[in-house]
Structure formats: C-alpha cells, structure tokens
Design a protein. Sequence first.
Length: 264
Amino acid sequence: MTRMPTYFISHGGGPWPWMPDWRAMFKNLEASFVQMVKDLPERPKAILMISGHWEDDSFAVMTSANPPMVYDYHGFPPETFQIVYPAPGAPDLARRAADLIKAAGLPVRLDEKQGFDHGCFVPAYVMYPDASVPVFQISLRHGYAPAEHMALGRALAPLRDEGVLIVGSGLSYHNLRLFGPGAKVPSEAFDAWLAETMAKPAAQRSADLIEWEKAPYARVCHAQEDHFAPIWAVVGAAESEPARRVYHDKGLFGGVTASSYRLG
C-alpha cells in the first residue's frame, strides 16, 4: 500500500503566482511545488491543506463539494480578487477526517461554507494548475496549542494510506511588520534552529517543536504562530519518519530566510 508523505510548506506572499514581479521573486518556491508533485509516489486522491489562514474554535473540516474562494489579502491588484481555483472538494474524505479527529477526542465540526484561502489555493494552483485534484481544508484551532495540533496530525495519519496528501501551509518566518533587512538575523537564526530540529530523532524533534518558543528569535519571527502551527500537524501525521528540507530561500523581501520540509 502506498503511503503519502506530509509537507510543511512556506507558501509565499499573497497571490504571488498571478503577479509577474512577485512570481520571479518566488521562482525557487515555485520550483519546489512543481518538484513536490514529481516526488509523490502516486497521484493523490485528494490534498488536505491545513493553512495558517483559517482557524476556528474547534478543528473545522471543509465539506463543500465545490468550495468557493476566500480573498484573504489586501492591497493587491484588482485582478487578484477575481482568481478562481475550481478544484472540487472531497466531502467523503472530509467526513472521514472528521471521524478520525472525533475518535481522537479532539473538538471537530463540519463546515459546508468555508472556501479556499490563499494559503491553500496558491500552492495548489502551482502544483496542479488544471485543478484536477480534489482539495479540502482543516482549520487550526484558536490558541495554537502545539500538543493539540500534533495530536490532530496523529489522528489524521491513516489518511496517508488512503491516498491523501497532507500539507501544512504557512511560513517558517511570518512577521509582517519586520520585512526587509531587519528580518535577516532573526529569520536566519530561527531557520537554522528549525533545520537542526527537523533533523533530530522523532521523539526529540516532536518535543523541541512543542517547545518552539525556546528557539532563537521565536517570537520575533512569529509574534502570532498561525503560520508556524501547521508544522505540528504534519509532523504528528508522520511522527516516526525522517524529514528533509525541500525548499530554502534567503533574502526574500530584502532579508527573509524561509524553508519547507517533507516527512516520509
């Protein structure tokens, strides 16, 4: 039986694939998403995205058969508010995921109205421009409790053997008030800690990720950890398996270092 890997990806800034200058800046990120598809053991039955852009009181699961669009960004060109990524949802798999979450004793609810946010549709578009693979999302939970989000990943792990690609979509550095040269030192230091942590044996890796606030510049890089939190779920879903870095960039926006990881 084929087991899908899991990924924690840095998803870049705003609707970058539809903006030529930004797309050029994120050329390495784009290449990493294209490579993700090539490296999969088979075509996914569906992609499960856990995005830093959707959170809820419980773990909400998107069940729409045809999810709408959520333009959760500001100040971008008008045409970027007309983007449509018409991938179908995966209602049956979504309900299966909700059952797994419930069985793990975690709070969960179904959401028929939620649409694709840009943490989801941007990488999905680069991976599958024809929108041919079903996509559904699961929210983060308010408060971002690391152990709880890792438990979410453990609950979802069986989906990997059912053709589901689990992707945590955030950013390894996300301080919107500190871009440019000021981001260089903190993002490099945090990125180096993350690389060292992801290379550790499974139990130590999980423990260190849960204690992430002890990392250098942790709260400078993530004043609010919404864009880091997806990593706990994807690590939980592949907890015993090795990780490798699949994307690494320096100097984004004049100073940001960012990375992505694959497990399994």
